[in-house]
Every structure is written in C-alpha cells, then in structure tokens.
Design a protein around this ligand. Structure first.
Ligand SMILES: Cc1ncc(C[n+]2csc(CCOP(=O)(O)OP(=O)(O)O)c2C)c(N)n1
Ligand SMILES: [Mg+2]
Length: 789
C-alpha cells in the first residue's frame, strides 16, 4: 500500500518536473525569438531617420537564452537581485515581457527614444532592473558589494531576517573577466567573507573582436577556487554525455576537450559537414565513432556537437538547484555565441545582425506566422493555456513590487559648527562626523562610512573610534589588547559602521553604489559616506559614473586635494576633479573654504541624498588650516552657501571689480581683496562654495529666460565690470562665469602637473597667490576699460 503511494507520488513529481522542463524549453525558444526579433525590428523594420545602424546583439543574446530562461522562470526568488550582462539586454526585456512586466510598445521601440534600453538600466527601464549594466565588469562587481551591503543590514537587524537572504546574481560575459575591477572585487570579497553570491559566466569563448585565447582555459576556475568560491562547470549537455557513454565515446570527449577554441567555433559555424570531415579525419579508426557519425545526419551532428551544457535546460536547472548553501558560487557555463542563429560561432558575430533572408528562414524554424511576431506563445508546440499557467506560477511573476520604498531618515535642523579659529575643511569634516558619532540619533545609526585604506588620513578616525569597523565576525583590536598605544581603535564586529576596503578605488565606488541602493534593494536606507584622496577619483571614475547612472545615493569626501596638499607632492595633486564635479550627472559637488560652510552643506547633503529627485554629493576638501570667519550663519547665508555663492565682502554700488574664489585659496583672495579695497573700496569678494550648483542653475534659469543665482550676484557690479576667479583647480571650472553677465574675466587656476613644495612656493609657481590675483585684477580692469578681456 505504502509502496504504491510512494510510487504514485514519485510518478507525479516526475510528471511535474517533465512538465516544467517542457514549458521552460518552449519559453527558451520564445525568449530567443523575441530577443532576435526585437533587434531585427529595430534595425530593419522601423524607419531610420539618421542613417545610423541601430544595433543590438543577437549573438550575445542567444548565448544566454537558456541560462536566463532557467533563472528568471524557475530559479530566482523575489529577494534575489540580478546584474545581467549588458549585451543580453534584449533577452532580459523579452523575459520581462513574458512575465508581464514589459510592454510590447517598448519592445517595438527597443533602442529608440523612450523604448526598452540598449543595456538594462535601473533609471530608464525602471522597476525590473536591479542593477544597470553597460560598462563591462562593473555589473559583475556590484553584485559582490550588494551582497556585503545585505550582510551589513541583516547582521544589524536593520531589515527583517525571517526570510532567507537574497542571492546576488551576475550573468557575466566571459570577456568581462578581462576587466581588472573583477579581480579587485574578488579579493575584497574574500577578505569580507562574502556570501550569497552567484556569478554565472556565459563561457562562449568569444569577446567582441575574436575568439578568446585557449590559454585562459583552466585559469578561471583556479582563480575562483583560490578565493574560496565553489566552481560549477557546465560543459557538456545530455546529448553529448550520452554519446560519450557509447563505445569509443570517450575519444569524442577527448577530441572536443583538446579542440582549440577557434577551431571549435569555426566548426560550429560550418555545421554538420564540417564536423563530419574533421571527426572522420581524426577519429575514423574507432568503430564506435564511425557508428556515431553514421547515426547522425548533418543537422543531427550539428545538434550533437553543439550540445554544450549552457544550452541544455536540464543540465542548467540541475546545476542551479544543486546549490543550496550560501557559499559564493561561480558557474562556468559553456555556450555558443550565436547559438541557434546562422552566424553561430563565427568570430565576427558580436555585432552581426541577421539579414532579411536569414530572418525569414529563422522565422520558419521558429514557426512564427506573419503578424504574430510579438505573440507570447506563437509557434510553440505547447498549448498557450498551459504556458500561461506556468508563467503565472513563476516566483517572479505577479505585481509584487521589486523595489522597496524605504522610510526617510530624520536629519537634525543643524549640525554644530566645529569650534576653532583656524582649521582645515578636512579637520572640520572629521569633527562633524565625530560629533554625529557621539549622538544617539537615527542619523548616526544609518550612516555607514567606507574608505579604500585612507580612513585615518582622510580623518574618518573620530567616527571609526566611536562606531567601530564592520565585520561579520567579532575581531579584537590586538594593539589595544596588547596595551600598545594608538590613537585609532581598530576592533571589528557586526555592529561596526565603517567598511574598511583595500586600496582599489573602483571597489570604493561600487561599494558606495551598493550601499546607496540599500533602500530600494533591501528596504532600509543607509547614508553612505566614502572618503578618498581627490586625485584618485580618476582611478575609479568609471565606477563613479556607474554609481551615479544607477541613481545610487552617497556622499563622497575627497581630501586632500589640489596643489594645496603641497609637500605631499606632484603625483597626488588633483587638477580636473572639480570639472568632473561640474559635469557628472547625478552628482552635486561643493568645495567649501570654511568649517561653518561645511556644517551647513553636510547637513544639507544628508537630506539631498534622500530626496526623490536628489543626487549624490561630492565634497572636495583640503588639509590646509585657514583662519575662520567669526560669524553666525543665519538662514539667508546658509541658503546662499547651498546655492553655491555669497558675497563675503559686499560690492559697493556699481562696483568696477570683484574677486571670486573657491576653496582653500580663500586667504589669498581675502588678502588680495583687502589690498584692492584700499584703492577701490567698492570691489566685492565673492565666496563660491559650488561652481557646479552655480553652473547648473545658470543653464537652467537661462533656458527659462530668467536670471539665476550667479546672474543676480553679478548684477551687483557695473555691467562689464572686471572679474577675477581663483581656485586650486583647472581655471575652466569658473571661467564660464564671464559669460553670465558679460564681465571682463581673468580666470586663475592650475593647468599643469605640479611638484612638491610649500604653499607659498606652489601658489606663486602656479599663479594663484595674492600677487597673481592682484595682477589678474589689474589685467581684468584694463580689459573692462577697453571693453574686451
Ligand atoms: C568597459 C567596456 N569596454 C568595452 C566595451 C565594449 N564591449 C562591449 S561587449 C564587449 C565584449 C564582450 O564580450 P563578452 O563579455 O564575452 O560578452 P559576449 O561574448 O557574451 O557578447 C566589449 C569589449 C564595454 N561595453 N565596456
Ligand atoms: Mg563572450
């Protein structure tokens, strides 16, 4: 009786599994069709107004169709988060369409204005995209840092922990592994003992230009294993495995194993005849192989020889479902670029598009009737009803929102100005954070800091001393336990609120991106602050751009900066970063001179990064101690500091000259102004806290035909009056100010590589000292008189 019952249950299970497999195989076919059709439609059927190729990647899409079908329609759970390799965007959109999360209209406008994006985009495609991708390597890297962010939240119980954690999944192209940021992330992940991470490598052995080197083979798994990862290799599908099990079959396996990547690819392209010729030549002496060749016609032989596990649904599902623990796992899935398409395996297929004839023949194979191209189930062997029912049961189906709406964190009305008549903005930053660390506020609870091995030298010390370093395990501060005196506590625990990173700046930005998405990804906001030296922004600039493109919200504190770090030397001097601050979408930058300005701005930044339409905020700070103005910051002044500029010394009516400065050169500007004022008491001194905000406001208000902040400030001068701008940065940062109201401008700044020295020597050498400002003032006045600079 019991046995019959057991037998019955097992039979039903088998039937259900077979049914699932049949549905997934049918949907995989549809995903391949829709992704290629979407690209075809965009390139061949839509009107083309500019003569540019629209593009899209049919070959790259086809190689992940099986893997992504398996993941999205069976393996992924709602709490999992995914980065899809950029060139699989059409597959991603097709899957979302079948799940009911994407519209046909957007598919028809793929790569068009307002249509489905070329590469999956959080900000442009919306809800369904967890991580944007596009710049290869970065999407893979961010999943690792998202996993760390998830651990951070869970270990502190800042998110509910009843449900299992989400798996952070990257679908990576094999050539993405050429990107250094992957290795930087891997090593960092190992240090932090990351969990719940899956990297699925679409191992099609092709990049953009060609077939990848055979010498890479074997290196990838060794590397992951060295970092403590589990490596699951999906090499041969069920058909090939069955062939290998036949008499002499092992010779076939050995032949394929030894086959160079480029030959294998070329034969994939040539098809059955090509395989037959080579196998006949190399293995004809084995009767078992001859039998295999005899049993397969050309089409069958092509099907057999291209039956790699990454295209074998059964093998793919088995591999994914076999992983049940949280150990980071790398799946190396052998695939074929262009699988199922006429240019399969061809080394030049990356940008290849099927022509009209090829599409017509592909359509016949797919049995899609004319006019039914966008129908979800047209041409599939299974009944539409059955497939629709299956899709409804998929864990990612339904209208459950994928993005959380996380409650805002309260920000106090003001932050106390760090006391001291002489201090640097970097010092003030450390003290502001130290004060917050000492408070028992919601703000203090949600700030998380991170730094690439410059925690102490960027003055995060006071924060870290109070709030500790994050680690999934408790780790003692050995120096402290051994009673070795140190100003810096270095104990680690899950309660810690600082994530200490190795020196790789790219990791810093990916970590900031992941922490800055904690709200939408995991349901609880974090307020991340990352610190680094200003010149090294460049090292991580693509990752910074990537973080901004995702609309991740964080505060970046870059210090020291410019040539003002003086004896630290030329190699560490930054010149163009304020231009990055000005030009980078999604990032608002400030370069305050005084501690009270920073107090206002930091407070504002905590709100700004939480605002729906807000941005991330970049502070460029300095190590130069300067005299502080003795003043009370009234609301009007605070507002002006945030808006980007205010008159430190008001100009007289219709003044002939103003000096505008930004940042650490304030003392030189103040001194020059004082001297000028002896002869021209009307001259004004403009304090600029944000070239970026001023510039943005200028463009926006000009477009509306209105006068912006800069225009209103400069209107205090005589029309065409002389204007000198000065800052420890490239002069282009402020030279545009001359166009706002038509002033005769002389912009000062640094436009050459620097050298070490003290501030007086360097400011003189690069022309931003008091003398240079006076000179420039004279030149500007002369130009103003003549009517041209
Ligand atoms: C940082 C960056 N450099 C270059 C490119 C241009 N590019 C697009 S795809 C690609 C090759 C991708 O090869 P692979 O990752 O193996 O993907 P697949 O074979 O699946 O297309 C390159 C170089 C890019 N998108 N990002
Ligand atoms: Mg590839």
């Amino acid at each position: 009786m019991l046995r019959t019952l057991e037998g019955g249950i097992a039979r039903k299970r088998r039937a259900a599994t077979n049914d699932k497999l049949a549905c997934l195989i049918a949907l995989e076919r549809k995903v391949l069709w829709l992704s290629t059709w979407m690209i075809h439609n965009a390139n061949h059927l839509r009107p083309n107004r500019d003569g540019l190729k629209v593009g899209g990647h049919q070959a790259s899409s086809s190689s992940v169709a099986t893997l992504m079908t398996a993941l999205y329609f069976d393996v992924l759970r709602p709490q999992d988060r995914v980065a899809v390799k950029p060139h699989a965007s059409p597959v991603f959109h097709a899957i979302q369409y079948l799940l009911g999360h994407q519209t046909r209209d957007k598919l028809e406008r793929f790569r068009g204005f307002g249509g489905a994006q070329s590469y999956p985009s959080r900000s442009k495609d919306g809800e369904t995209v967890d991580f944007s991708t596009g710049s290869v390597g970065l999407g893979v890297g961010i999943t690792l840092f998202a996993s760390l962010a998830q651990d951070y939240l869970r270990l502190k119980r800042l998110v509910p922990t009843d449900d299992p954690p989400g798996r952070m999944v990257a679908l990576a192209g094999d050539a993405e592994l050429d990107e250094g940021n992957i290795f930087e992330a891997l090593l960092e992940g190992w240090k932090h003992d990351v969990r719940n991470l899956w990297w699925v490598i679409d191992y099609n052995r092709q990049s953009l230009d060609a077939v990848v080197s055979d010498r890479l083979f074997g290196r990838i798994d060794a590397m992951f294993e060295m970092m403590g990862w589990r490596v699951v290799t999906l090499k041969y599908g069920r058909l090939l495995e069955a062939a290998f099990a036949r008499p002499d079959g092992h010779h076939l396996r050995e032949w394929i194993d030894a086959c160079p990547n480029s030959l294998y690819s070329a034969l994939v392209y040539k098809g059955g005849e090509g395989w037959r010729e080579h196998l006949h030549r190399d293995l004809n002496r084995y009767p078992g192989i001859r039998a295999i060749l005899d049993d397969h016609d050309d089409a069958g032989l092509q099907r057999l020889m291209t039956n790699l596990a990454g295209h074998d649904m059964d093998s793919v599902l088995a591999a994914f479902h076999a992983v049940e623990d949280d150990r980071p796992t790398c799946f190396i899935a052998y695939t074929i670029k262009g699988y199922g398409l006429p240019f399969a395996g061809h080394k030049d297929n990356h940008a290849g598009l099927m022509n009209l004839d090829q599409m017509a023949s592909f359509r016949r194979n797919m049995a899609v009737p004319d006019g039914s191209e966008w129908e979800p189930f047209a041409g599939l062997e299974l009944p539409a009803k059955r497939l629709a029912k299956f899709l409804e049961s998929v864990p990612l189906a339904g209208s459950q929102p994928r993005r959380h709406d996380a409650a805002a964190v309260a920000v106090p009305g003001n932050l106390p100005v760090p006391r001291g008549t002489r201090q640097s903005t970097q010092e003030a930053f450390g003290r502001l954070l130290g004060d917050i660390a000492a408070s028992e506020t919601a703000l203090a609870e949600r700030i998380v800091t991170t730094s690439p091995d410059v925690t102490v030298s960027t003055n995060l010390g006071p924060w870290v001393n109070r709030r500790g370093i994050f680690d999934r395990a408790e780790r003692a501060d050995t120096f402290r336990e051994e009673h070795v005196v140190s100003a810096q506590r270095w104990a680690m625990s899950p309660q810690g609120q600082h994530i200490e990173l190795g020196i790789a700046e790219s990791n810093l930005f990916l970590q900031l991106a992941a922490l800055g998405l904690a709200g939408p990804l995991f349901g609880t906001r974090l307020l991340p602050i990352g610190t680094l030296y200003d010149p090294f922004i460049k090292r991580g600039q693509d990752a910074l751009n990537y973080a901004c493109y995702q609309d991740a919200r964080f505060i970046l504190v870059a210090t020291p900066s410019g040539i003002t770090l003086a004896p630290e030397g030329g190699a560490h001097q930054s010149v163009g970063e304020p231009l990055t601050g000005l030009a980078q979408p999604g990032l608002t930058s400030f370069e305050p001179a005084y501690a009270d300005e920073l107090a206002v701005l930091l407070r504002w930044a905590f709100e700004e990064i939480q605002r729906e339409e807000g941005q991330s905020v970049y502070f460029r700070l300095s190590t130069r101690p300067i005299d502080q103005p003795q003043r009370q910051v009234e609301p009007n002044l605070a507002e002006a500091i945030v808006a980007g500029a205010y008159w430190l010394r008001e100009p007289g009516p219709a003044a002939e000259l103003a000096i505008a400065y930004c940042g650490a050169v304030a003392p030189e500007a103040v001194a020059a102004h004082q001297m000028v004022a002896e002869d021209s008491p009307e001259a004004g001194l403009l304090a600029i806290t944000s070239p970026d905000r001023l510039h943005r406001d200028w463009l926006a208000t000009r477009a509306r035909g209105a006068t912006g902040v800069a225009g209103r400030l400069l209107a205090r001068l005589r029309p065409g009056a002389a204007l000198v701008t000065v800052g420890d940065f490239h002069p282009a940062t402020l030279s545009w100010l001359g166009a706002v109201a038509g002033n005769a401008i002389v912009p000062l700044g640094v436009d050459r590589f620097g050298q070490s020295g003290d501030i007086p020597d360097l400011y003189r050498a690069y022309g931003i000292d008091t003398e240079a400002i006076l000179d420039a003032a004279a030149r500007a006045c002369l130009a103003a008189l003549r009517g041209s600079p």
